[in-house]
Design a protein around this ligand. Sequence first.
Ligand code: FAD
Length: 488
Amino acid sequence: MQDRSWRQQRQEGVVDRHAVVVGGSIGGMLAARVLADHFDQVTVVERDQLPEGSENRPGVPQARHLHFLFKRGLMVAEELFPGITADLQEAGSHLLDQGSDFRILYRSGWSPRKEIGLEFCTFTRPLFEATVRRHLMTNPKVLLRQGFEVAGLELDEDKARVAGVRLRPRHRDPNAPVEEELLAAELVVDASGRGSKAPDWLEAVGYERPEEMVVDAFWGYATRLYEPVEEYKKEWKTLFIMNRPPYQPRAGIIQPVEGNRWIVTIAGVMHDYPPTDEDGFLQFARSLSSPELYRAIQKARPLSKVWGYRRTENRLRSYEKARLPQGFAALGDSVCAFNPVYGLGMTLTGLEALELGKCLSHGRGTLDTRRFQKRVSKLVAGPWALTTGEDLRWPTTQGGKITAKLKLMHWYIEQVIRLIPQSEDVFRRFQEVNHMMKSPAALFHPSVLRRVLRQAFGPRPVYARPKEAAARVPASTATATSTVAIRR
Ligand SMILES: Cc1cc2nc3c(=O)[nH]c(=O)nc-3n(C[C@H](O)[C@H](O)[C@H](O)COP(=O)(O)OP(=O)(O)OC[C@H]3O[C@@H](n4cnc5c(N)ncnc54)[C@H](O)[C@@H]3O)c2cc1C
C-alpha cells in the first residue's frame, strides 16, 4: 500500500511537498493549477480514463448538456490559463454579448437588444474540459493518475492531519482481492463533484460529516445537438425561453457551439421532465411560452440522440462548520452544487480556486483549512440564496424555507424582471449580478430602486395563466399550485 515513485522521489529529495486533488474535472483542474504555485508536485486522481480530445466520459454525465461560462468565470479561466479564451475561440467556441447576441423571453417580455459589454463563452462542455486539461498538463509539476478512484483518507499518527489518500484501480477483476495503494500527501483537495464521498471518508477516520442542505425544485433537462440551416432567419445567436413560476414549468435554450452546431436544451421544473424520444422532445419544445425555439429546431438537422438529465438539486455541504483534519479541503460542486439552470457552477468553482491560492499565499504555502472553507462558504452564500430563493417560487420545491425576507426578495426581483423589457439599464445591472461581476446589492442601486418603487405603485402586471401550461402541469403538482396562493 504505497506510492513508491513518490516516496522514492521524496527520499531522494526531489519532491518535498505533495498535494493530491480528487477529481480531474473543472474544479480539480483549476485547483491543481493553483496548487502547483505552492507545492513541488500535484497529483490529480481521476476515476475515468480521460479522452485525448473533447469527448464525453462517464464521470461527468452533465457534460452532454448545455454549458456556458459567464464573464467572471472566463476572466478566472484566463487568469489561471492565459490564452485560453483565444484557444477556445480557435476551436470554434463563441464569445457572445449577453445583450446584442442573446434574446431572452422573461415572464415580463423580451430582453432589450443592445450590446451591454458582458461576454459569455459558449462551447460543448467536453471542449472546455479538454482545453483546460491541455493548458494544465503543460505544467511540469502536475501529474495525472487516471483510471484510479480515491477510496478514503489516511491520517498521520497523531490523527490530526491528513497523510494521504487510498487509491484503487477503477476497473478491476471483481473476483480478485481489492488492492489499495496509499498516495501520501500533505494536502488533499476534494473536487469530486456533487456525488462526493468525502463526508463518508471523514466519518470513517473519526471526523465529522459536514451538515448538508438540499433544495430541490425537480428540474429535468433533455438535450440534442443540431446543425442549423442558413436560410433560417433569426435575430439572435442564443435564444432562451424562460418558464413562468408558478404555473408554466417549461423552458428552453438554443446555444451555438463549436463545429457550426447548436446545442438545444429543454427543461422542465416541478417533475415536468422533458421526454427523450424524438416526438416528445419536439412537442415539449412546441409548448414553450414562445414558438421561436420550436420553429428554429424544426428547420434544423438533428445530429444526435436526445439525452436526459435529472440530478439538478441545489446541494450545500457546510465544511466550514465541521471539525476537519488539517490538510483536507474541498471545493467546487463537492461543496456547493447549484441547480444548473442558473449556469453558475464553473464560475464559482473558479473563484474558489483563486481563493485557495490566496489562502495558501497567506499561510506561506500551508493551508488553514477552516479559513479556506469559511472563504468558500462566503463566496457561495449570495448565489445560494438567489438560486434556492428562485427555486422556492415553485410550489413543489422540497427543502429550504419561505421566510418573510425571501418573500420580500421574491417581490423585489419580480419588480426588477418586470422592468427588464423596458430598461436597458436594469437589464445590464441584472446581468452584471448573473455574471458575478457585481454583488446582488447592485440590484438595489438607486437607479433600479427608484424605478422599482415607481412601478410598485403603478398598475399590477397581468400574467395570463396559459391554458395549455395549466393543463400540462402534472396532477401531483395541481394541489401544490394552490399552495402558492396560500403561501403568498
Ligand atoms: C446539466 C448541467 C448543466 C450545467 N451547466 C453549467 C453551465 O452552463 N455553466 C456552469 O458554469 N456550470 C454548469 N454546470 C455545473 C458544472 O458542471 C460544475 O459546476 C462544474 O463541472 C464543476 O464541477 P466539479 O469539477 O466540482 O465536479 P464534476 O464536474 O462533477 O467533476 C467531478 C470529477 O471527479 C471525478 N471523481 C468522482 N469521484 C471520484 C473519486 N472517488 N476518485 C477519483 N475521481 C473521482 C469524476 O469522474 C469527475 O471527473 C452544469 C451542471 C449540470 C448538472
